[in-house]
Write a protein that binds this ligand. Structure first.
Ligand SMILES: NC(=O)c1ccc[n+]([C@@H]2O[C@H](COP(=O)([O-])OP(=O)(O)OC[C@H]3O[C@@H](n4cnc5c(N)ncnc54)[C@H](O)[C@@H]3O)[C@@H](O)[C@H]2O)c1
Length: 360
């Protein structure tokens, strides 16, 4: 007989609807038993769609009154901190949407609370759970690219039509801004592929009038990884004319790979298309270089993931970690390191100095 993880959802907005697929398709693993949103009609509408009877507008009341194993936190960044602390105090596991929180001290407190309570804390870095990412991770880990020397990523979004004036994603007080909302996806992915970052420099700017309370809509940063690789990061939140939305490249001593633009209509929240790779050709005797290598698609079969949907895979991974006690692939301890990169970029922009992340 199945014994699914009993989950209460907090924040029934956009990303919560992507999470719903896991609850509808895998009731034997994860059972949504309550829905909470401060906006009651949003909670009611979500609950109806997810066939859930129990609705709250106060998450603390939900934690007191409902028999839950875990919460799925899909609220604004500033809310992740108090909601995770409340969940840990109630002995519940927590899946927290990225970004882990709005700042580094909050993340440290969340981690400590989860450790003390003996519950799982996982950050929903959904891009780590796609079949493409699994294929790239394996390809790099097998040494096919050799020593990784450089990475670069850009994420250029037209968020204004998506987020109207006054939306929390444009408000620094709520943890908004491009760094925490979007750039963090790609920084996290690069960390997943090649390891931790040692030092950063960065410039953040708040240019468009809809960005308030210090929320930046432009960021340019350089990263120095612990393995010696250099990284180049660019993020824009308010560019209305976008040639190519989101992109990354990994350059190694033996070859290079890069993403192509997103494939529309893929299940889940997909941000990249096909991964292309090329390996350096062997150099023949008497030649200065090998023949030019052509880029070709990286096969993604046999990713070893339960579904094609990265968000569903992430939620099933969370269930497995809660059940077994295993540390999640994107656990709070791991994602503190991603948050340090973001905090370092902000600190560098503020001070005009390079920031060693072990000082944060
Ligand atoms: N993984 C991804 O690709 C992805 C994409 C979009 C958003 N996100 C993340 O998901 C989270 C939510 O973003 P969104 O786009 O769904 O935002 P949203 O504004 O659409 O939804 C947030 C919801 O949380 C509710 N809320 C706020 N405070 C609350 C509280 N105290 N108690 C209960 N409900 C509360 C709001 O009323 C709203 O319905 C953020 O962390 C964001 O970064 C991730």
């Amino acid at each position: 007989m199945s014994n699914p993880l009993r989950v209460g959802l907090i924040g029934a907005g956009r990303i919560a609807h992507s999470h719903m697929t896991a609850y509808l398709d895998h009731p034997d693993r994860v059972q949504l038993v309550a829905v909470c949103d401060i906006v009651e009609p949003a909670a009611q509408a979500y609950a109806k769609e997810a066939a859930v009877d129990v609705v709250y507008t106060d998450y603390e009341k939900m934690l007191r009154e409902v028999d839950l194993d875990a919460v799925d936190i899909c609220s604004s960044h500033d809310q992740h901190w108090p909601q995770t602390l409340a969940a840990a105090a109630a002995g519940k596991h927590a899946l927290v949407e990225k970004s882990m929180a709005h700042n580094l001290p909050a993340c440290r407190e969340m981690l400590e609370a989860a450790d003390n309570a003996g519950v799982t804390l996982m950050v929903a870095q959904n891009q780590r759970y796609t079949v493409e990412t699994a294929a790239v991770k394996r390809f790099i880990d097998e040494g096919n690219l050799g020593d990784i020397q450089a990475v670069r990523t850009h994420a250029i979004m037209a968020a204004v039509p998506i987020n109207p004036r006054g939306h929390w994603m444009n408000d620094g007080n709520a943890g908004g801004g491009v760094l925490l909302t979007n750039t963090i996806h790609h920084v996290d992915l690069l960390r997943y592929y090649i390891g931790n970052v040692k030092r950063v420099t960065g410039i953040c700017k708040s240019v468009q009038p809809e960005m308030v309370n210090g929320a930046e809509d432009l960021v340019a940063a350089t990263l120095e990884f612990e393995n010696g690789a250099v990284g180049d990061v660019f993020g824009s939140w308010t560019t209305s004319l976008v040639p190519e939305g989101q992109y990354y490249m990994v350059v190694g001593s033996k070859g290079t790979l890069h993403s192509t633009p997103p494939t529309r209509g893929r299940p889940g929240v997909g941000h990249f298309g096909t991964t292309m790779y090329a390996l350096k050709s062997p150099v023949e005797a008497g030649q200065r270089r090998g023949p030019r290598a052509e880029f070709q698609p990286l096969p993604v079969e046999d990713a070893g993931l339960p579904t094609e949907n990265g968000v569903v895979n992430e939620i099933l991974h969370f269930e497995e970690c809660c059940r077994t006690g295993a540390e999640p692939i994107s656990g709070g301890r791991d994602n503190l390191e991603t948050m340090k990169v973001i905090a370092g970029i902000q600190e560098s922009s503020r001070t005009g100095r390079a920031i060693d992340l072990d000082t944060l």
